[in-house]
Design a protein around this ligand. Sequence first.
Ligand code: F6P
Length: 343
Amino acid sequence: MATIGILTGGGDCPGLNPVIRAVVRKAYNEGYKVIGIKNGWKGLIELDTMELNLDTISGILPKGGTILGTSRTNPYKKEGAVDKVKANFKKLGLDALIATGGEDTLGVANKLTQDGIPNIVGVPKTIDNDLGSTDFTFGFDTAVNIATECIDRLHTTAESHHRVMVAEVMGRHAGWIAVYSGIAGGADVILIPELPIDVQEVCDIIRKRHARGKIFSIIVVAEGAQFKQKDLITQEKKLDEFGHVRLGGIGEQLAKEVEKITGYETRVTVFGHIQRGGTPTAFDRVLGTRFGVKAVELVKNKKFGKMVALAGNKIIDVPIQEAVKELKTVDMGLYEIAKEFFG
Ligand code: F6P
């Protein structure tokens, strides 16, 4: 009987449990055993595992987060950790590993594939939707729906108080959540990491809007957006094991600038981890399920070093190496559509 290990690494996201459930169910149907590795790569370094069977996955489909736990552990940043990963892979008797994660987790999977653990299959996840080689990652749709609902709620209070409301959404390197939720929520300005912020331009748009009688406005800004000629605004400069700072604070700075320049009362709301929590949408449940089943099929067919991906409405497989080569930033054609509604 073949044994498959599965781990979830990096920031959690709605849809991870549907993937775990699908992997276990498909593996069961194929006669494989599945071992859950806890807390991402950390669990493989520390040999921290849990049993996964039809009982342990029962009822997890609508649950947010991941029953396996997660971490931002990078074995390549810890002395001797890669050797431990290799040794524990053998100790667990794994014939294959399904690594579920974003650019960081799959970046490690890619390195390990080249460093002596060739039998890895990747499953793409991130609310940021910035992973290459797949049209969408699960988690993104849920985050967009939550952010859209929050923007709707800001609208009514903005209108009552004649205020400018700045909504800070997640999106470290790419503004996908900002653009999608901004379009869906009818934002008056959308600011993304891909395009440096010109505060004067933002204020001109808001002033023009006020001049035509609309005395409230909504600005959506991605946490990774940056002012022209200024340093990235962070909560914490210290780098994590994948070289990331902790973002947050751009909304507050922007609100201050907008209020100073326009004289309009401006408030900020940071949506934060609310966007990553809670039950996945039907879209994310279905996508996670399709990815999980396909991942086991790749294991069955010994198509290792591959990541499952969505192309149009088809589930395909692509080399993990290709997927982690370059981040998928916002489609500027889509941003142009969003701009038609600015002001
Ligand atoms: O990568 C997904 C993400 O949600 C980013 O949008 C955000 O910058 C980051 O994770 C936050 O990570 P953490 O929860 O570890 O602070």
